[in-house]
Design a protein around this ligand. Structure first.
Ligand SMILES: CC(C)(COP(=O)(O)OP(=O)(O)OC[C@H]1O[C@@H](n2cnc3c(N)ncnc32)[C@H](O)[C@@H]1OP(=O)(O)O)[C@@H](O)C(=O)NCCC(=O)NCCS
Length: 159
């Protein structure tokens, strides 16, 4: 199994791969425009193996000494083998070196794998944003997918 080796800045030429992984990973994926805005306004990384294979990505927005993790994703083929934890650690080291003091994020209440990762990497839960996300629910009785709302947990970690 490949291991994470390094992170590098995301480029526009990465977006084809990034969008594919994004679609496989979220019920409400970011659009191409969303990533283009993030490339204009934020700091975005690709996580790579020693063989330069792309394993995941992160999109970060920075304000003064705070960094906000807007998107963090590991490609399905590489999950559950410690890549997410290693990637988050490398990202935090990079942000710390760049002088950022705090890393903030929001995560869906239902996203237990991500919460486990963040708590394991030293994040604390600071609060809840009620009904922050759109979500999809399967209604057994009617056999249809309906849209609802879901809370966001606000988490942070000092760098
Ligand atoms: C969340 C995500 C980044 C985790 O990446 P990963 O490479 O699988 O994570 P790791 O293998 O490093 O595991 C980190 C921790 O999370 C736990 N974990 C990971 N996937 C899990 C799962 N499906 N169920 C339960 N726990 C899980 C691991 O057990 C590990 O905890 P431990 O160290 O206490 O054992 C990945 O599942 C993903 O990209 N999901 C889709 C996008 C997403 O939800 N991003 C977060 C948005 S806020």
């Amino acid at each position: 199994m490949s291991e994470l080796s390094y992170l590098r800045l995301m480029q526009e030429t990465d977006l084809h791969w990034v969008l594919q992984v994004e679609q496989q990973s979220y019920d409400f994926p970011w659009s191409q425009k969303g990533f283009e805005n993030s490339l204009d306004q934020g700091v975005n990384y690709i996580f790579c193996s020693a063989e330069h294979e792309m394993m995941g990505y992160a999109c970060v927005l920075t304000v003064l000494d705070e960094a906000q993790l807007l998107n963090f994703c590991i490609a399905p083929a590489f999950r559950k083998s410690g890549i997410g934890r290693a990637a988050l650690q490398q990202l935090m080291d990079k942000l710390k070196q760049a002088g950022y003091e705090q890393l903030l994020l929001e995560v869906r209440e239902s996203n237990l794998p991500a919460q486990k990762l963040y708590l394991g990497c030293g994040f604390q839960t600071d609060g809840v944003r009620r009904n922050y996300y759109r979500c999809q629910e399967w209604r057994e009785q009617t056999g249809e997918l309906v849209e609802g709302k879901e809370d966001a947990l606000l988490m942070s970690r000092s760098l």
